[in-house]
Design a protein around this ligand. Structure first.
Ligand SMILES: Nc1ncnc2c1ncn2[C@@H]1O[C@H](COP(=O)(O)OP(=O)(O)OP(=O)(O)O)[C@@H](O)[C@H]1O
Ligand SMILES: [Mg+2]
Length: 321
């Protein structure tokens, strides 16, 4: 087995290989077949692991051909040290470039645009306008409602759907075949349940299971691995709380608890260590954690306590957004 991550090894290279995002794919192909120089900025929105980054890269390949990497700049809004860094990088990237018929513009792919504050998005909008002759932007986000309306109204919006169990299992089956893995239908169903429709997570889980299984993947192996990867999911739940998305955080956490069998005490311990790891432990958060720790001793319904904790963390971490 190669050491390459399967999410990279099997990332579709062509728009046509992307599963079950037909509207998005046909919209993008339309752009490619019309006067592409007139293309607007694009905004991709949808749940994690449904093909947004994949579609942006496949679009770039089809637009530029072999040397596509020379014409794209990939940025991550939440990794960068703020809007000034983005401004600088876009400036350097678009320097010395003259649009031609073959290459009418360069492409900036900006992931996690919804993690930017509205002030930063306002500045981003200006950067997009200033550079519009030379560059087009593909902005990527999970939550469309976190993107300021002046940006929404100036971009073509592409909505990515959640992937169904059939979609995910179909894709995993194809990979099992290529990797000479035996993996029963019930194991694939289990992987889907743990992945919550996120193909990245499903693929990573299958790859980890394959690494320890030597050919035969069983439910036991998958469950064991999920026990070890749960911090990753808790970290996502915390990100949702930071966005003020309490209801999604709650349903994600409860789905996970019901399929993984991890108990509420362990969930609180995981939340605590992930909050520490993410440097989010301030006085208010510590107080909320201490309170639930105390309350859990007397509670007959831990679910109510965890719901209350998530609601409180959501308020604190999102600044009441
Ligand atoms: N619709 C899809 N069809 C085929 N493969 C997919 C699809 N969606 C995701 N994948 C697989 O999952 C991996 C992750 O997908 P991708 O990076 O495009 O997700 P994303 O939507 O950008 O997620 P995020 O919001 O977390 O960045 C890809 O490498 C690809 O192998
Ligand atoms: Mg992505």
């Amino acid at each position: 087995m190669s050491a390459l991550l399967w999410i990279e090894k099997y990332r579709p290279k062509k728009l046509d290989e992307i599963i079950n995002q037909d509207e998005v794919v046909s919209g993008l192909k339309n752009l490619l077949s019309s006067n592409v120089a007139e293309m607007p900025h694009l905004l991709f929105a949808g749940p994690p692991g449904t093909g947004k980054t994949t579609a942006a890269l496949a679009f770039a390949r089809e637009l530029y051909g072999e040397n596509w990497r020379d014409y794209i700049l990939e940025l991550n809004a939440s990794d960068e040290r703020g809007i000034n860094v983005i401004r600088e990088k876009v400036k350097v990237f678009s320097q010395y470039f003259t649009p031609s018929e073959a290459v009418p513009f360069k492409l900036v792919i900006l992931d996690e645009a919804d993690m930017m504050t509205s002030e930063a998005q306002t500045a981003l909008r200006r950067i997009m306008e200033l550079n519009a002759r030379i560059t087009r932007f593909i902005l990527i986000c999970n939550y469309l409602n976190r993107i300021i309306s002046p940006i929404q109204s100036r971009t073509a919006i592409f909505r990515f759907k959640s992937l169904s169990p059939e979609d995910v299992k179909y894709y995993l089956k194809m990979i099992c075949k290529k990797e000479c893995l035996r993996c029963g239908d019930e194991v694939l169903t289990k992987i889907y349940e743990f992945s919550l429709g996120d193909m990245r997570r499903a693929l990573n889980l299958l790859q980890s299971a394959a690494t320890v299984s030597m050919g035969d993947v069983t439910i036991d192996v998958v469950e064991n691995i999920v026990g070890k990867t749960s911090p990753e999911l808790i970290s996502k739940v915390i990100d949702m709380l930071r966005m003020g998305d309490f209801s999604r955080a709650k349903s994600t956490l409860y789905d996970f608890m019901s399929v993984s069998g991890i108990d509420s005490g362990e969930i609180i311990r995981l939340l605590y260590s992930e909050l520490l790891a993410k440097n989010l432990m301030n006085a208010e958060v510590a107080e909320a954690m201490a309170e639930i720790e105390y309350r859990m001793q007397f509670s007959s319904n831990p679910e109510i306590q965890i719901t209350a904790l998530l609601a409180k963390l959501s308020l604190i971490l999102s600044g009441g957004k």
